[in-house]
Ligand binder design. Structure first.
Ligand code: CA
Length: 255
């Protein structure tokens, strides 16, 4: 998932970003209210992790003054944006929690929190947002469990790298729907990450080798979709479906 992390504490932010990347998320990290506003104006995120006590930032004389993440959340909801938000805060008094949820937060975590718990809550909030009660994804012979991060083909486990998993998960959340290469890149990379030019093709190529050539179809050179009908089991003939930009050289295993 592509996440926006709004957190001014450098140590907390670095630890969270590292942990979330290990989970396979693309993380953009901003450290004040103004930077968060700019990020939200220009990009679409699948989930926002929002600290409450934040500097205002920006060019004005009040940049060092303290703001409240809740003002960001209220502005987001006021303009009809329902991107899921989990509030991260040290303020654990009950009225603060109520205020956060009333402002439109989907969940609330009080620092210090366990990283496994955060990861689980991200999955739960994303699931509720997608209107999917169960966590397992299934399409044709392929099953994916975002909780345990295990994939299987015809019931047999398949080993995937974190980024292969991220590409497959994005496609399997909407079977049959096309995702463009740039939409998939958004799932894999945050700002400042170096994007290898044909990374998505390479991950798709690896997934076709592991899951069968027909499971991920190329849509007129515009993007990719998973297809239960096209699933062809284990024989795996890479590159067969006219993958643009992939000449069968293979390439690096996923990061
Ligand atoms: Ca803070």
């Amino acid at each position: 998932m592509r996440l926006l992390l709004v957190e001014d504490d450098r140590m907390v932010g670095e630890a969270l970003r590292a942990a979330l990347r290990l989970e396979g998320h693309a993380v953009d990290w901003v450290r004040d209210v103004a930077a968060a506003q700019a990020a939200l104006a220009g990009e679409r995120f699948e989930l926002i992790l929002l600290d409450r006590g934040l500097p205002l930032g920006g060019p004005g004389p009040r940049r060092a003054e303290r703001g409240d993440g809740l003002s960001l959340l209220r502005a987001l909801r006021d303009r009809g944006d329902d991107t899921p938000v989990i509030i991260l805060t040290a303020r654990d008094e009950q009225p603060e929690r109520v205020g956060g949820l009333d402002a439109g937060a989907d969940d609330y975590l009080v620092k210090p929190f366990d990283l496994d718990e955060l990861a689980a809550r991200i999955r739960a909030v994303a699931r509720r947002h997608a209107g999917v009660a169960r966590s397992r994804l299934s399409c044709g012979p392929v099953d994916l469990d975002p909780v345990t991060r295990q994939a299987s083909l015809h019931g047999r486990p398949v080993t995937l790298s974190a980024r292969e998993f991220a590409v497959l998960e994005a496609l399997m959340r909407r079977p049959g729907a096309m995702l463009s290469r740039s939409q998939l890149e958004d799932r894999l990379y945050g700002w400042g990450d170096a994007i290898e030019s044909n990374a998505v093709s390479v991950y798709v190529h690896q997934l076709r080798r592991k899951l069968g050539a027909g499971f991920i179809v190329t849509v007129r050179g515009l993007g990719y979709a998973v297809s239960a009908e096209g699933a062809s089991g284990l024989e795996g003939a890479p590159g067969r479906s006219g993958e643009p930009g992939s000449d069968g050289r293979g390439g690096p295993e996923g990061a």
